[in-house]
Design a protein around this ligand. Structure first.
Ligand SMILES: [Zn+2]
Length: 273
């Protein structure tokens, strides 16, 4: 039996070897040689030398400027929080009112315009421009304020018509340049140098006594720049030791109208949940 098995194995192996050699013979018979007529150095296609080009940004890099995240409308959300302790609005009187802060961005939106949350784009662009030019972080201390947080932060009568309520004002300072806010004001003016309209390029000084700052503010057609010294303009949101800058919208370029405080917009122009 064992011998029969070995005989069969040998026979099969021999057959497959025979088949392979036959295939090789047929391949050689049918093979056709083709001569190469191309001369040395002759090229069918000319390949251009690759040029070095700048690498395209990854999607996550588009959200940064230098080492800092790009500022978006999310940075303008109300700084109120239900965890903040209550404040007494009329101290040392029998009619003192206990006022609680709002629930913050968990409880309400930014101002809404055309069914979307809206912050004036030029405010965002200006802050990103400052970050890009200084390579330093812009710290927004106050963007949008809902009416409840606005009273909580500063209950003075003058503050009740603040443009923070309609998303048209922002307070900020630049980390690492806290003591040189004038340089930041100059940068803001530089931003407008490439704008065609002369009314945007030229800045005037606001000299009226009602500005509540020691340094006269600057303004062009679109924005109003206020520089608060380290002892000025302190409230709950600006409770830090640095001078800071406030940018207010004066004119809405897209809507082609002046930006004015409106009670209706301030109290009904955002969503609560
Ligand atoms: Zn709020």
């Amino acid at each position: 039996m064992r011998y029969y098995f070995f005989f069969l194995l040998t026979l099969l192996t021999a057959c497959s070897g025979l088949e392979r050699s036959e295939q090789e013979r047929m391949r050689r018979v049918n093979a056709k040689a083709e001569e190469i007529y191309r001369l040395k150095g002759e090229k069918f296609l000319t390949i251009e030398i690759p040029k070095k080009r700048k690498r395209e940004q990854y999607s996550f890099e588009k959200y940064t400027i230098g080492n800092h995240p790009r500022i978006t409308k999310e940075y303008f959300r109300c700084r109120g929080s239900a965890k903040n302790p209550s404040v007494m609005l009329k101290k040392n009187t029998k009619n003192a009112i206990c006022h609680f802060d709002c629930g913050g961005y968990d409880k309400h939106s930014l101002p809404v315009r055309e069914e979307k949350e809206y912050i004036y784009p030029v405010l965002i662009d200006l802050l990103n421009y400052i970050q890009e030019k200084t390579q330093k972080k812009v710290v927004i201390t106050c963007g949008h304020r809902c009416p409840v947080h606005n009273v909580y932060a500063d209950a003075s009568k003058k503050n009740q018509s603040s443009k923070h309520l309609i998303g048209a004002e922002v307070d900020f300072y630049v980390q690492g340049m806290e003591q040189c806010p004038k340089e930041i004001v100059d940068l803001i003016m530089n931003y407008y140098e490439n704008v065609e309209e002369a009314s945007y390029k030229s800045f005037a000084r606001y000299t009226s006594a009602d500005s509540n700052v020691s340094i006269n503010p600057w303004y062009n057609k679109e924005i109003f720049i206020k520089l608060f010294d380290k002892n000025e303009g302190r409230d709950f949101d600006n409770n830090h030791p640095y001078p800071y800058i406030s940018l207010q919208m004066r004119y809405d370029k897209l809507g082609k109208k002046r930006v004015l405080y409106s009670w209706h917009q301030a109290f009904n122009g955002f969503m609560r949940w």
